[in-house]
Design a protein around this ligand. Structure first.
Ligand SMILES: [Zn+2]
Length: 493
């Protein structure tokens, strides 16, 4: 059930409530929005006057356009400008906030709406990053930092990743303040720098101001995918965990010589044999509960034969024919095992020179709970050649982690999504990519990748691509969905 809060001062008659609900439906009904389906458990936003809701949507559009015009391409980032943009807005609202310029031009931004009343639960953090990846204006319909509206969409680098979500989070902060709702958790807004490169913003915050996270219980961040196809939302995908990169460098050694006189045990030959053994090695299946749950949820949308396998994956994986399918299915294979991709190779600089050394790079991705050192030892045993070394690429290895689905926040996402998108599955996902959730979970925070926007395949792939854009109707609705999720978990009961 939603833990929506009814304001003490607000007494609504059934008629008034109906009028409000109808008003909302008339004012803010984007295509595909079915409206709340459970009248007995109204969404928190249904208690917000329709003219306010409409105004928040207007603000979301206006602020997103302004935000997209701030060039925070990383490198160099220059996120301080974005932090000051947030600061100006939240200062005007009287919301407590702080800017931390941790390097010249680079900053983290923190703001808080405190809980009301005497007792409280642990806070929820709304996390976003202010930096964006590079863009090549010559391949765009409009300049990447124009924030221009075209054919019903707003264009700009960051429109999907993730200035859009930053604005939804900002509007939620403003709405919580203006609507003077009762909260039993602090709601913390955290905008960080440098996510697209080294994550120095989150690292700095955690190292220097973990106190401002106040032992938070929950965190909502980028990630997640709500796919829209042919005007219909197919699923609400919530990222609950990510795999972790564990890159390996393989180097083979041998006697150098002239290419005209082959050496059977040359470095390149040894390397090729070692790589052949590595690629032939099938990493064992390891089935995480979250993956089982994810595929079970998706089963109804698969072919009958595949659905049967998805409903009992553990058993299905004992079937050699299905194993074959999994091994060749890129979207399935990475979910059930550690993976190895051969990505780089090198040897001699010249065709007629047999080099003393030949090398290769492997992009290894480990599942949550896996031990990098043990994996490394396994690969060394597979290679089984004293003249071939396998070493991890220097850098800090983080153990992959994930958050469970039986939490109040996950339940809030499930409930609220169910009311906005009827009969659409809410699916927990393990992603092959990386998000900063990895950095926050070790602090005891359950962190999820959730977006309040839906996107088509084409819109989704404009992230890091050309013509990054978001439909205006999504910009208008997203903050309201996020408001309902936050209120469902933080609104006073
Ligand atoms: Zn991002």
């Amino acid at each position: 059930m939603l833990q929506a809060h009814v304001q003490q001062s607000c007494t609504l008659s059934i008629t008034a409530l109906l009028a409000v609900t109808l008003g909302i439906t008339l004012v803010e009904t984007p295509p595909g929005y079915a409206g709340p389906t459970t009248p007995s458990a109204p969404l928190a936003s249904s208690r917000v006057p329709p003219d306010h809701l409409s105004h928040y949507s207007d603000l979301a559009v206006e602020w997103l356009q302004q935000y997209l015009r701030i060039d925070t391409t990383n490198p160099p980032g220059n996120e301080l400008q974005a932090a000051n943009f947030f600061k100006k807005i939240l200062d005007n609202e009287g919301i407590e906030n702080r800017v931390f310029e941790y390097q010249p031009g680079r900053a983290d931004f923190w703001a808080r709406i405190p809980h009301t009343g005497t007792s409280s639960k642990r806070p929820i953090v709304l996390l976003n990053h202010m930096d964006v990846v590079t863009s090549d204006a010559s391949h765009w319909r409009v300049p990447p930092f124009s924030g221009q509206m075209l054919d019903g969409s707003i264009y700009g680098r960051g429109a999907q990743d993730m200035k859009n979500e930053g604005i939804a989070q900002l509007v939620v902060m403003v709405a919580l303040k203006r609507e003077t709702v009762a909260l039993d958790r602090d709601v913390i807004f955290l905008a960080v720098s440098d996510e697209e490169a080294d994550g120095s913003g989150s690292d700095w915050m955690i190292a220097n101001h973990q106190d401002l996270l106040e032992n938070a219980e929950f965190l909502i961040n980028e990630g997640g995918e709500n796919l829209q196809q042919d005007g219909k939302v197919r699923y609400i995908g919530v990222d609950v965990g990510e795999k972790i990169p564990y890159w390996l460098h393989v180097v083979a050694h041998g006697r150098p010589g002239h290419g005209s006189r082959p050496i059977p045990d040359s470095a390149p030959n040894r390397l090729v044999r070692a790589l052949d053994r590595i690629l032939a090695y099938r990493t064992p299946y390891k089935l995480l509960p979250v993956v089982e749950e994810s595929l079970r949820e998706m089963a109804p949308y698969e072919t009958p034969e595949r659905a049967k396998k998805f409903r009992n994956l553990r058993q299905a994986l004992r079937d050699p024919a299905f194993q074959q399918q999994v091994d060749h299915d890129e979207s399935l294979n990475f979910l059930v095992r550690n993976t190895i991709s051969l990505t780089m190779m090198g040897g001699s600089e010249q065709t007629n020179v047999i080099p003393a050394e030949a090398w290769a790079s492997l992009d290894v991705r480990l599942l949550p709970g896996e031990d990098g050192q043990r994996f490394l030892e396994t690969i060394r045993r597979v290679v089984n050649d004293p003249e071939v070394s396998v070493e991890p690429v220097p850098g800090r290895f983080r153990e992959a982690n994930y958050s469970p689905t039986n939490t109040a926040l996950y339940e809030a996402i499930r409930q609220v999504s169910g009311q906005y998108f009827r009969d659409v599955p809410v699916v927990p996902r393990l992603t092959s990519g990386y998000t900063e959730n990895q950095r926050y979970r070790p602090l005891g925070i359950d962190a999820y990748g959730f977006t309040p926007y839906t996107a088509t395949d084409a819109e989704g792939s404009s992230e890091h691509g050309n013509d990054e854009r978001i439909r205006v109707e999504e910009v208008r609705r997203g903050p309201r969905i996020l408001y309902d999720v936050v209120m469902a978990v933080a609104g006073a009961q």
